[in-house]
Design a protein around this ligand. Structure first.
Ligand SMILES: C[S@@+](CC[C@H](N)C(=O)[O-])C[C@H]1O[C@@H](n2cnc3c(N)ncnc32)[C@H](O)[C@@H]1O
Length: 216
């Protein structure tokens, strides 16, 4: 029950009214650091996946074609309100990151901030991001990750039973996940709480190179 898309829709609908109070200030610098790692170009097509209330919007350039999605209807309503208030033109839709309806190779950049650690199947979300990116397109990820060098130990897995039900998974590993989907990691920067929260930019290569995939 607690690691499903249905539960995520329910809980993020409930969290939406208080989300900004909890996440805006605490993550502002990390969010800006993450977005600053993208190689921006005027006119590029950019997709925000799991965009929440739109806390990324103020830090995005104006000269891009912006698309934004989220699973939770309450989040989507707040996202639209923020876009309107900021005067940002964006195509906003309620959509499951595991079932994106965009065409293959539609985007120059996909941004996944704090969503890979809450989705039940992050590998599926990354497959979808890979599919909708053009060759050479950039994936921008900000999230909590277990260090790549070693799997989560017993204590962390025990804590994860609680954190993953109410907030976020803390046992997933960035490199196996991203490389398992075929991405080539270009930037990997610790941005908050030591190396718990990392900002990564990975590229979709012209030929897919799928590395080993784990179930993390
Ligand atoms: C921790 S919030 C992050 C929101 C925003 N990206 C940010 O940086 O503030 C996680 C968001 O992911 C959304 N989400 C969870 N599962 C999803 C899925 N399968 N597809 C799309 N969005 C999802 C939630 O509704 C929520 O808005």
């Amino acid at each position: 029950m607690f690691n499903t898309t249905a539960w995520n829709r329910i809980r993020y609908d409930l969290y939406a009214p208080v989300y900004d109070a909890v996440a805006e200030r605490a993550l502002r610098q990390a969010r800006r650091a993450s977005l600053s790692q993208i190689e921006w170009r005027p006119g590029m097509r950019v997709l925000l996946v799991g965009a929440g209330t739109g806390l990324d919007l103020p830090w995005l350039p104006d000269d891009i074609a912006l698309y934004a999605t989220d699973l939770s209807p309450a989040m989507v309503r707040r996202l639209q309100k923020r876009a309107d208030a900021l005067g940002k033109h964006a195509q906003i839709e309620q959509m499951d990151a595991e079932r994106l309806t965009y065409a293959d190779g539609d985007f120059d950049a996909v941004i996944m901030h704090l969503v890979l650690a809450v989705m039940p199947d992050p590998a599926c979300g990354l497959d979808q991001a890979y599919r909708v990116l053009k060759s050479g397109g950039q994936l921008c990820v900000l999230d909590k990750f277990q260090p790549d060098a070693r799997p989560a130990g017993l204590a962390r897995r025990a804590a994860n039973a609680v954190t993953s039900a109410i907030a976020t998974d803390i046992t997933r590993q960035a490199r196996p996940l991203l490389e398992g989907a075929g991405f080539v990691i270009e930037k990997d920067t610790p941005v908050l709480l030591g190396s718990l929260v990392r900002a990564l930019v990975a590229r979709k290569p012209s030929t897919r190179r799928v590395e080993h995939r784990t179930d993390s």
